[in-house]
Design a protein around this ligand. Structure first.
Ligand code: MG
Length: 383
């Protein structure tokens, strides 16, 4: 069974913030657009993902994710779903889906068990939607905001997405119903007399509708993050005739450090601390010294990569502490510039980064001024 997903980003989202420069699907949630979270939630469970909406905004928000090229949406939700279905139907026959999930781009936190439940229900039903039973007592109000009656909540459910369907059936029903009035896709199957299964949804599958929903989503996400610590240690020997580069800064000195790259011992230790916290090996694994591409390389690019790995894992850096061990040169006068440079490369606030130095009281190789050592410690928050 090939499974596709249509990710809808066509709504203008006026209830969220009428003044907002961007629709709510593109608002940043812990550093990433809401719709990017939604795409990342779906991708492990589908063979292809078709975004529908403003193609320029979607390309930017979903950059680097393995989705199909975005297609433009329509005036009504139903027209946008239709555009996505048509794009999937136009795929080569071997790539055309048997099942399709239709998901709101404004639901960034759909849990795996909900997605799996919808797909499993399609074994026996032509359509399936996640839903939660209505728990609150329901009142009907009149035009004066007075109670006009109580509505029985028996057998009432609140519909969520992703809604799942047999692809051929949904495509055919959309083709036969062009009025655009269907507010969800299950309605088209209901009208045609097909059974649509209700599978358990969850209150965590929040649709970003009002500004306070963003706060609830941030709390949910933060509850999924765990602290991870890492340490890095590096040593480079002094060598005559080289520039001394420490923590991304050119430091005036009589000698530089020997090494395959620019030998920035501070950045190397910091990279190793980050890779260590992520349990993703060390700097030599990502940038092998046997590879001539990294000869005399600016180590700044190694640190940019380490920062990208944190973001790719959905995490962020909470603190980094870098300690250089040397008798000379004096680090103090350069420490602020080093902090600023490291923060810039990692795209974090300067308050996240500490750079300090110590001597080893003239003991050992650092004491004899044969080289510089560096110890770095980082703390990350990662899902
Ligand atoms: Mg090194």
């Amino acid at each position: 069974m090939r499974i596709a997903a249509i990710l809808l980003a066509a709504g203008a989202g006026r209830r969220f913030d009428p003044e907002a420069p961007l629709p709510k699907q593109y608002v940043l949630l812990r550093g990433q657009p809401v719709i990017r979270h939604a795409a990342r939630a779906l991708l492990p469970y589908v063979d292809c993902l078709q975004p529908v909406g403003d193609p320029d905004l979607l390309r930017e928000a979903l950059a680097g994710l393995p989705t199909l090229p975005p297609v433009a949406g329509g005036a009504e939700r139903q027209h946008s779903v239709r555009a996505g279905l048509d794009a999937l139907a136009a795929l080569p026959e071997t790539e055309r889906p048997d099942l399709v999930l239709v998901h709101d781009g404004a639901r960034p936190w759909v849990p795996p068990e909900v997605i799996r439940g919808v797909i499993a229900a399609l074994d026996t039903a032509k359509g399936a939607i996640p839903a939660v039973r209505v728990a609150d007592t329901l009142k009907r109000g009149d035009t004066r905001d007075m109670i006009a009656g109580t509505v029985s909540r028996d057998q009432l459910w609140r519909a969520q997405t992703p809604q799942g369907f047999h692809f051929g059936l949904l495509h055919a029903l959309h083709g036969a119903s062009a009025d655009g009035a269907a507010t969800d896709d299950a309605l088209l199957l209901e009208r045609a007399g097909h059974d649509v299964a209700l599978v358990p949804g969850t209150e965590d599958n929040i649709k970003l509708t009002y500004a306070e929903d963003l706060v609830r989503l941030e709390r949910l996400m933060d509850g999924q993050l765990l602290p991870r610590a890492g340490t890095g240690y590096d040593v480079h020997a002094f060598e005559d005739g080289r520039k001394l580069i420490l923590c991304g800064i050119d430091v005036p000195h009589t000698r530089g450090l020997a090494g395959h790259s620019d030998a920035d011992v501070g950045i190397h230790a910091l990279c190793d601390a980050i890779y260590g916290a992520l349990a993703e090996g060390d700097i030599g694994r990502h940038f092998p010294p046997s590879d001539n591409e990294w000869k005399d390389a600016d180590s700044a690019r190694f640190l940019v990569h380490a920062g990208e790995r944190i973001r790719a894992r959905g995490g962020f850096l909470t603190s980094a502490d870098v300690t250089l061990v040397c008798e000379r040169p004096k680090i103090g006068p350069h420490a602020e510039a080093m902090r600023a440079r490291l923060a810039d490369l990692l795209q974090v606030d300067i308050g996240t980064i500490s750079v300090k130095a110590t001597t080893s009281e003239r003991l050992g190789f650092t004491g004899r001024e044969e080289g510089i050592a560096c110890i770095a410690t980082v703390m990350l928050m990662v899902p």
